[in-house]
Design a protein around this ligand. Structure first.
Ligand code: F6P
Length: 350
């Protein structure tokens, strides 16, 4: 059996643990197995740059952050017929039985394209954003929640001591999952996510209310993709233009300026950035990656190609790539987590 493997898009915790799950499971079941690891994502597949892996390459990597194969942003936006046929050619030249792809949203568009071109694909859902359609959870997400929560915990002590307003900007691209979960886990007072546009007046009212209750500090967890009510009404083009004019380096700084413009509160911003996806996967992800990886091996053994591995209601399942590609899983306004948060008095700035 000949298997190709690649990791594409932004890295996250658990990429190595997942590849280890796939490889160890296959080595235990297949006598004659060769794994080719493509270097730096789809780029390696296009350029024919790969490493012939051995069993030993997948040992000792359960806890290792990043990806042993390297990665690059997937080239879907600039995808051309030439690039697709180069990938196809390298797949055929190596005589692969299946290509295992680990990646997020963009990666899955390309994975589906390759499937449509006749390649045997099994994919795995990677991203700290948890925004992949078809799976309840992606690997990396829970490890990133740990990091972002730790940041909020640490900010809490300094915010309390100084009686300051602190804005913690959390990753997640256009989805609010990471901010919502870390915000609840870290006891944020206000949570701002892209799915619930914010009104600066409401944020100020909430801070004022806390001040009246003699709570001199407030913690605001803001998703990097947050938008104001005004922005949510704009067309894509108008929004792009408005953001080009934004002078602050990111949304958290803009909200800080907006709060300071309408009050005399002292506001500080903390941006943990890529720290959120660096380092070791947490125990939850190590288990999830192992389950995802071994299930991918099962799909390969059964020749059930054209699927992404995912989780539905606690069970590991196969989801057709055609259903996953191009769809975003956003937080619903009536998600139970939102309702719980509101019930304990967390504001969403709306
Ligand atoms: O998709 C993962 C992610 O970390 C997002 O949360 C973030 O918006 C983006 O990647 C950052 O991308 P880059 O690593 O290219 O700066």
């Amino acid at each position: 059996m000949k298997i190709g493997m690649l990791t594409s898009g932004g890295d996250c915790q658990g990429l190595n643990a997942t590849m280890r799950g796939v490889a160890k499971s296959l080595y235990n079941q297949v006598e004659d197995l060769t794994i080719y690891g493509f270097v730096d994502g789809y780029k390696g597949l296009m350029d024919g740059k790969y490493k012939k892996m051995g069993k030993g390459d997948f040992s000792g990597i359960l806890t290792l952050g990043g990806t042993i194969l390297g990665t690059s942003r997937q080239p879907f936006k600039k995808m051309t017929k030439e690039k697709v046929s180069a990938m196809k050619e390298n797949y055929k030249r190596l005589g692969l039985d299946c290509l295992v792809i680990l990646g997020g949203n963009g990666t899955h568009k390309t994975a589906n394209l390759l499937r449509e071109e006749g390649l045997n694909i099994v994919s795995l859902p990677k991203t700290i954003d948890n925004d992949l359609w078809g799976t309840d959870v992606t690997f990396g997400f829970h490890s990133a929640i740990d990091v972002a929560t730790d940041v909020i915990d640490r900010i809490h002590t300094t915010a309390t001591s100084h009686g300051r307003i602190f804005i913690v900007e959390i990753m997640g691209h256009k989805a609010g999952w990471l901010t919502l979960c870390a915000g609840i886990a870290g006891g944020a007072d206000i949570i701002i996510i892209p799915e619930i546009p914010y009104d600066i007046k409401r944020i100020k009212e909430e801070i004022d209310k806390r001040q009246k209750e003699k709570k001199g500090f407030s913690i605001i967890a803001v998703a990097e993709g947050a938008v104001s009510v005004e922005e949510s009404k704009m067309s894509k083009k108008e929004f792009k233009k408005a953001r080009e004019k934004m002078t602050q380096p990111s949304i958290a700084f803009r909200i800080a300026d907006e709060i300071m413009a309408v009050s005399d509160h002292e506001v500080r911003v903390a941006v943990p950035g890529h720290i959120q996806r660096g380092g070791s996967p947490n125990p939850y992800d190590r288990i999830l990656c192992t389950r995802f990886g071994t299930f991918a091996a099962h799909l390969i053994m059964e020749k059930e190609y054209g699927n992404m591995v995912g989780m539905k209601d606690g069970q590991i399942v196969a989801i057709p790539l055609s259903e996953v590609a191009g769809k975003l899983k956003s937080v619903q306004k009536n998600d139970q987590m939102i309702l719980s948060a509101r019930n304990i008095g967390i504001s969403f700035g709306d």
